[in-house]
Design a protein around this ligand. Structure first.
Ligand SMILES: [Zn+2]
Length: 256
């Protein structure tokens, strides 16, 4: 599922290709992915492409196209539409298509960017991050996934950051010492930046706007490694379901 690094990679590859282009025609091919009409985007010129959490915002002179990739969404420039194409944009030069086999993605058009999201982990400072954690009596793993608390982090990077910081996913946020909160912030920033540098993690269908896969999956230390030896201590990585999500951790290296 695309998270902050994958969405950032899409934004970085998409922006240079479509900024300045005008949308000439819009076709929505799925009610599920495009719940409300987006035809008003036609006629708009792309001013900027930016990331807000896991959302791709295509800013037009007449509003904002908000694209959320869900689990298997992909935005591709000048690709050929196929059976999984759910939206299609003809530009004054070229095309933009949105493919999504599982259709958990959403495309919306409106005047405003989505509201109610927490701060971006790459923008919030360590002190502020520790202060936010201190106010929450919640287990860390589900808290990190809560987009209203922090925007952009999902299952992969929450597990990787907690491992990097040596903190158990069930640990209570408000009980973390300032030093451990600082380590978690540093681990989160490190894993996100490292993944962006490698074009993100390609586990299911994720590709960037040029159709290229990322290769951070080679660097994953706990995610998807249940039953395999911890790369640090050799103990079997455990996989449990926590708040409905598969969670991977080392029972020896990660402490509550
Ligand atoms: Zn270990």
């Amino acid at each position: 599922m695309p998270e902050l690094p994958e969405v950032e990679t899409v934004v970085r590859t998409l922006g240079p290709r479509i900024v300045g282009r005008r949308i000439v025609e819009v076709r929505a091919l799925s009610r599920r992915v495009v719940p409300r009409p987006i035809g008003r985007a036609a006629g708009g010129t792309v001013q900027a492409v930016r990331r807000l959490g896991k959302h791709i915002l295509v800013e037009l002179d007449r509003g904002i196209l908000d694209i959320h990739l869900g689990m298997t969404g992909a935005v591709l420039v000048n690709a050929t539409p196929g059976p999984y194409t759910r939206a299609w944009f003809r530009l004054d030069s070229g095309t933009l298509i949105y493919n999504d086999p599982r259709m958990f993605g959403r495309i919306r058009f409106g005047k405003q960017a989505p509201a109610g999201l927490g701060p971006d982990p790459l923008e919030v400072g360590a002190g502020e991050f520790a202060r936010l954690l201190g106010g929450r009596r919640a287990r860390l793993k589900p808290l990190l996934l809560n987009q209203r608390f922090l925007r952009g982090v999902g299952n992969i990077y929450a597990d990787e950051a907690l491992f990097g910081a040596g903190i158990h996913p069930r640990a209570l946020a408000c009980r973390l010492s300032p030093a451990r909160a600082g380590r978690l912030h540093a681990a989160l920033v490190e894993v996100l930046e490292d993944s962006i540098a490698r074009g993100g993690t390609s586990i299911s269908d994720y590709v960037d706007a040029e159709g290229r896969a990322g290769y951070f999956q080679q660097r994953l230390r706990v995610y998807g490694r249940g039953g395999l030896p911890c790369l640090h201590c050799g103990t079997s990585i455990r996989r449990v379901v926590l708040a409905g999500r598969g969670t991977h951790y080392c029972p020896r290296c990660q402490r509550v």
